[in-house]
Design a protein around this ligand. Structure first.
Ligand SMILES: C[S@@+](CC[C@H](N)C(=O)[O-])C[C@H]1O[C@@H](n2cnc3c(N)ncnc32)[C@H](O)[C@@H]1O
Length: 238
């Protein structure tokens, strides 16, 4: 990553974190002191307990998504981003499909890894035109735009129009859409393709149908990685 790209990512992570905290504070009914105490508690919780903790406070990720969430960046964390980058460096995918790109934070990690490898494309998908404009600016600023193919519009429509196969898929749209979107994406997968899905802990209830579908399907081998928001790591077996 260039120093410009590193600085950009740091700023985007900070912005996203501030947005989420501001939103959570506005939604939280207690005092500022209580809020800060709970924020500290959240940080010390095991990742798999975080979704339930947010639910108990009325701050679930689904509430974020269904209300003002559409305007928030809701970017992956720096830790998750580094994991995505490492997955690309190890698996060397020629084509990555990113479902839910927002302002491009996860896209930047994918594109940075592809630029290190010197080849490959990440197909980014996003509905919101303002977020798409930000994404375009960000990948250009980081100097990785040659590795990004942004498809603006509804992701279901975008996926329906895609052809060929993908070596890696990252699912990070609204959690209630995971299963239906994944079923639509299945025809683009081949043995050895990897599917990563974020928010398995932070949106535990909403993603349950997706998790059950994978667990029950012999075409897939799947496990939940227990860090950050909970990432489902799935490999296409046949
Ligand atoms: C959690 S955010 C993605 C964050 C992004 N991966 C990152 O790390 O910066 C989910 C995104 O999915 C987008 N989204 C939700 N439903 C969509 C749809 N039907 N078509 C396209 N994008 C959609 C939202 O606008 C939102 O920006």
């Amino acid at each position: 990553m260039t120093s410009t790209g590193t600085m950009l990512l740091r700023r985007l992570h900070e912005q996203s974190q501030t947005e989420v905290m501001t939103r959570a504070r506005a939604q939280f009914r207690g005092s500022s002191e209580e809020f800060l105490t709970l924020a500290d508690e959240y940080d010390t919780l095991a990742p798999r307990l975080r979704g339930r903790f947010l639910d108990s406070l009325g701050l679930s990720s689904e509430d974020f998504e269904s209300s003002q969430g559409t305007t928030l960046s809701l970017a992956v964390s720096a830790e998750t981003g580094s994991f995505l980058r490492n997955m690309v460096l190890a698996h060397k995918p020629a084509r990555i499909l990113e479902l839910g790109s927002s302002c491009g934070v996860s896209t930047l990690y994918f594109a940075d890894a592809l630029s290190t490898l010197g080849r490959g494309t990440v197909v980014a998908t996003e509905l919101d035109p303002d977020k798409c404009a930000s994404l375009r600016t960000h990948v250009r600023t980081a100097g990785v735009d040659a590795y990004v193919d942004l498809r603006e519009g509804d992701v279901f429509q975008t996926v329906a129009e895609l052809t060929g196969t993908f070596d890696m898929v990252f699912i990070d749209v609204w959690a209630s859409a995971y299963l239906s979107l994944f079923k639509q994406t299945e025809r683009l997968l081949q043995p050895g393709s990897i599917i990563l899905a974020d928010n398995m802990y932070t949106a535990e209830d909403a993603v349950l149908p997706y998790k059950q579908y994978l667990d029950d399907n012999p075409r897939f081998s799947t496990t939940t990685l227990g860090f950050e928001s909970g990432i489902e790591f799935t490999v296409v077996v046949a």
